[in-house]
Design a protein around this ligand. Structure first.
Ligand SMILES: O=C([O-])CC(=O)C(=O)O
Ligand SMILES: [Mg+2]
Length: 618
């Protein structure tokens, strides 16, 4: 665990840096008016036309037992709740006790979902206070289990579903959503939920969990987030045959039908909420890339698994270089094996290539590609013509080569035999970094990691698949097979490992939850019209610089999950600056206004807001 003093020192310097950059006036006219909507308005008063039970049962307005006397009197609540006005601290005590009494993570997930559906303010207060403990419930790993079970544990709807039977109706349907202001939409088609594969409409829990972190960590207002599932069917046989399944009971749409379905949805949401950020989540390859390419220059959108996973992984590698006592500028000297050639694998590697090119220490993009060896489920992307002793494999390899797309082909190694196993590649390449983005547990074999550790003093071992049951190796294995020398980060949390020599093997969670909340915050506050590659690069650099030298020495690369809100503020400030620097910001700063203050001031804080004009109304 980081000491909060060191962290705040580091944070202070990041924020200071943000402030000095923010002092530049970005060429804005002196008469510039302030941000159109007051982002702090949630903190003042919230008047409502609703009365009585309609307020009590509205999770965005409800205060449970905390309605003031004036509110009870004037909003027809009197008598509908127990007589004592109980402040939030007491409510938290009761909720936490109830939560602690539950035994399984899934039971806690159901309990927290119910709280979110009753009283969002209290839910977010609890989540922020106990972020360390609860992130693993509402987010990975438990959210993965909740997706698998979603049709069994279903209680109440949250978000919106657009299904194959809604074609032609979407532009009307978007008006069924009750809120005019939507800042962030997280959308999935459930085709590759974490590393768990096709879970169809059950994937809804992922946008819900992501948006809970957008609010808790990124400070986006709860009333302006929208979780969405695009239900184009599922190819998951067991869900198709499950009578309790809640999604469409047909195989997935594909090809032109699929893309025109998504296009109808994008057009519909963009016409109702033209400024909303759309985050594409857990779309399988190649749909994930094709959708990103189609929309990234037209609307404000990004793909979380491709781009924000890439930003945090790059941050992890850069911080690891510092932990090894090297400069971050030496990224091009690393030899990186990436196991996994799907959206996350290719996305992560593209980010690394971008960073190598930006550092200017490679002569070409091709030289950067040459530093990365990529494997898919068949093995290395190599040269089938070199498989001389296995004609079968030449044929298979040729076929497989023809299935690779332009992005994957960049990593093919012409001088190495196609389909080499991971162990063979490790022996030949002697990697310094190994990344796992396969969704296949155990892919990092003992032999592969031990061989890597033979050549590397501090091997960087990142099994990044989620949830923890899909990680390519466990933390314990990574430390055991490297005699405790690994620099370790995983997508889902693993506890630190006690090493035989009495030291502690530090684990890190290298998850896009470190990057997307801040990206969304910066994009929302700057009202960026586009999401640019530089935003991801700068996100990575900001996070890579947050751990102190002492923390790095001990193997800690990032602030702990408890600090996700501070990380989001630092990232949000930087992303906001990038938006202004690159001319994509459409918000306008008042003269003398500092970006870091604007970003911080815009962050949602879960406190009860008075619902009536009255003294002591809350
Ligand atoms: O949700 C997470 O924990 C990270 C992520 O985007 C994924 O694994 O698809
Ligand atoms: Mg994802």
């Amino acid at each position: 665990m980081l000491s909060s003093r060191t962290l705040s020192k580091n944070l202070a310097s990041v924020v200071r840096q943000g402030r000095s950059l923010a002092r530049r006036n970005y060429g804005l006219p002196a008469s510039a008016i302030g941000l159109g909507t007051d982002p702090r308005k949630d903190k003042n008063i919230q008047l409502t036309p609703l009365r009585g039970v309609n307020i009590i049962h509205d999770p965005l307005l409800s205060k449970g037992t905390a309605f003031s006397i004036a509110e009870r009197e004037r909003l027809s609540i009197r008598g509908l709740v127990p007589p004592r006005c109980q402040e939030m601290e007491k409510q938290l005590l009761r909720i936490k006790r109830n939560l602690d009494a539950l035994e399984t993570p899934l039971a806690k997930f159901v309990f927290l979902s119910a709280l979110q559906d009753r009283n969002e303010t209290l839910f977010y207060k609890l989540l922020i206070n106990y972020l360390d403990e609860l992130a693993g419930i509402i987010y990975t790993p438990t959210v993965g289990e909740a997706c698998l079970m979603s049709h069994s544990i279903y209680r109440r709807s949250r978000g919106m579903y657009f299904s194959s039977q809604d074609r032609g109706a979407m532009s009307a349907m978007v008006h069924n959503w009750p809120h005019d202001e939507v800042d962030v939409i997280v959308v999935t088609d459930g085709s590759r939920v974490l590393g768990l594969g096709d879970l169809g409409a059950n994937g809804m829990q992922i946008p819900i969990g992501k948006l809970s972190l957008y609010v808790a960590a990124g400070g986006i207002r709860p009333r302006s987030v929208l979780p969405v599932v695009l239900d184009v069917g599922t190819n998951n046989e067991s869900l198709l045959h499950d009578p309790l399944y809640l999604g469409m009971g047909h195989p997935r749409l594909d090809g032109e039908e699929y893309y025109s379905f998504v296009d109808e949805w994008v057009t519909a949401v963009h016409s109702r909420w033209p400024n909303a950020l759309i985050q594409f989540e857990d779309f399988k390859y190649p749909h994930a890339y094709n959708l990103l390419n189609k929309y990234q220059d037209k609307i404000t959108c990004f793909n979380d698994d491709i781009q924000s996973t890439s930003a945090i992984t790059l941050a992890g590698i850069l911080a690891s270089l510092k932990a090894r006592g090297r400069s971050q500028e030496t990224l091009n000297e690393e030899r990186i094996i990436c196991v996994g050639a799907g959206s996350a694998g290719v996305g992560v590697c593209e980010g690394i290539v971008d960073a190598m090119v930006a550092q200017g220490r490679v002569n070409s993009r091709d030289e950067a590609y040459s530093r990365i060896w990529m494997l898919d489920q068949h093995g290395l992307l190599g040269n089938p013509a070199l498989n001389t002793n296995d004609p079968q494999s030449i044929v298979g390899g040729g076929e497989r080569m023809s299935k690779l797309d332009e992005r994957q082909k960049c990593y093919v190694k012409a001088d190495m035999t196609d389909r080499l196993s991971l162990e063979e590649v490790v022996e030949q390449v002697k990697p310094t970094v190994i990344l796992g983005l396969t969704g296949v547990p155990g892919v990092f074999s003992e032999k592969a990691i031990r061989t890597m550790a033979k050549y590397q003093e501090k091997p960087i071992v990142f099994p990044l698949s989620n949830p923890d049951t899909r990680a390519e190796c466990t933390a314990e294995e990574a430390f055991k097979w490297t005699d405790g020398r690994a620099i370790f980060a995983s997508g889902s949390p693993f506890p630190d490992v006690n090493l035989p020599n009495g030291r502690v093997g530090r684990t890190n969670q290298c998850n896009n939850s470190y990057s997307f909340p801040g990206l969304g915050l910066g994009i929302t506050v700057s009202r960026a019209s586009r999401v640019t590659p530089n935003m991801f690069l700068e996100t990575a650099k900001t996070i890579a610089d947050m751990a102190s030298p002492q923390q790095l020495k001990e193997g800690t690369l990032f602030p702990g999950v408890h600090y996700l809100r501070d990380v989001a503020l630092a990232v949000g400030t930087r992303v906001c600056e990038v938006a202004f620097e690159e001319g994509v910001a459409t918000a306008v700063l008042k003269e003398g206004e500092m970006l870091s203050d604007v970003v911080e001031g815009s962050m949602f804080v879960p406190e009860y807001v008075p619902l009536v004009h009255a003294p002591n109304a809350h």
